[in-house]
Ligand binder design. Structure first.
Ligand code: SIN
Length: 364
């Protein structure tokens, strides 16, 4: 090609080349963005959005102070692996989450996942009740697309804050087609847990989320998820629960057993309007003698009783430590008391038949 001889012609050529290169860069960027998964981050607060007075403040910080856009901007690496949009659903410490907020969150998740331009959802959440929100969503989300709940144990201002890597991993997981159809997942500390079985197991350490005996379902290594176990209990699209028209859930409470416990809590909860009660019994869901008559009376008065265990692992055996057939009680199977409460609330939106509710506890 002949190099233009006049300054004007050279300027025109350079201008043309510059525009051509810029257009090529733009096209390449658009091409890359089109190939990346579209992940929506729904922020709800918690320590992952928390700030402390100094970098060594890992206790006594304030949860839920950082907004979703700042959370995303703090991890610029995310933009290389997903097209991310953020929404602040609420901004709370998770011990304050309500049934109404669960319904609000689930409805938003269902609406977003019905859109063809959303491939997966990440929910940032406080860790204290993270497992409960994850299990609630596991039962009511109506999509196979990945939904990943994530939190952190150290606030965003701490040395070695775990929020950024947990968020990055959660976005990678939510953007991975292999994560679809596994129910709601929890991504913490490089591990992938099933919502039904995971629990917070340590008050403060970064490895607090555990699925002790049943085991994690996968790992995230170098940003890539690896799966090793299928989830066997039904979830999401395979449940019978529909929250689309609900604006409240039936009142269900938990009564905790301990040595020398009486009937005060059970009677108070029933008097306060509980339609269902989860008894967090000792051992194999045993009923202390001073509590049992109150539970029997509550059942006769129409309250559905679920026998769970405070132990943390294992099956509560039906007709084991109590004759459930005779008492017309339900057993929680392996669900923790706090998760049994969630399933019982949803079950009561469908039926009061204890036979049906027991079926649900063996299904989900
Ligand atoms: C919370 O659950 O909101 C506070 C604690 C945490 O996120 O670790």
């Amino acid at each position: 090609m002949l190099f233009p001889s006049t300054a004007r012609a050279r300027a025109a050529l350079f201008g043309f080349l510059f525009m051509f290169a810029a257009a090529a860069v733009q096209a390449e960027a658009a091409n890359t963005a089109a190939k990346l998964p579209n992940v929506t981050i729904l922020a709800t607060g918690g320590t992952i959005a928390g700030t402390g007075a100094s970098s060594t403040t890992t206790i006594g910080y304030t949860a839920a102070t950082v907004g979703v856009q700042s959370l995303i901007q703090a991890v610029p690496e995310i933009a290389k692996v997903a097209n991310v949009t953020g929404e602040q659903v609420f901004q709370i410490a998770s011990e304050n989450i309500s049934d109404a907020q669960w319904l609000q969150l689930a409805k938003r998740v269902n609406l977003l996942l019905a859109q063809s331009n959303v491939d997966g959802i990440v929910i940032t959440h406080g860790t204290d009740t993270l497992e409960e929100t994850a299990y609630f969503l596991n039962l009511v989300v109506k999509s196979k697309k990945p939904v990943v709940v994530v939190g952190s144990m150290r606030p965003s201002t701490a040395l070695s804050a775990d929020g950024p890597i947990n968020l990055y991993n959660a976005v990678r997981l939510a953007g991975t087609p292999e994560a679809a159809g596994r129910g709601v997942l929890v991504a913490m500390n490089d591990q992938v847990h099933a919502a039904r079985d995971v629990t917070k197991a340590n008050t403060t350490t970064a490895d607090t989320f555990r699925t002790s005996e049943l085991g994690v379902i996968g790992y995230i290594q170098g940003g890539k998820p690896f799966f090793y176990r299928e989830v066997s209990r039904k979830h999401t699209v395979d449940t019978e629960f529909d929250i689309s028209k609900l604006d409240a859930l039936p009142q269900v409470d938990v009564a905790y057993a301990y040595a020398n416990v009486g009937d005060v809590a059970v009677n108070a909860l029933v008097a306060a309007g509980a339609r269902g009660l989860v008894h967090a019994g000792v051992g194999n869901g045993s009923l202390p003698a001073k509590t049992r008559p109150a539970l029997v009376k509550a059942r006769k008065d129409g309250v559905v009783i679920v026998r769970a265990s405070r132990v943390g692992q294992g099956i509560v055996a039906r007709n084991g430590e109590a004759n459930d057939d005779e008492l017309d009680f339900v057993v929680a199977d392996t669900l923790s008391p706090q998760k049994a409460r969630i399933l019982l609330m949803l079950a009561l939106t469908k039926t009061t038949s204890t036979r049906e509710i027991q079926r649900m506890f063996y299904t989900y």
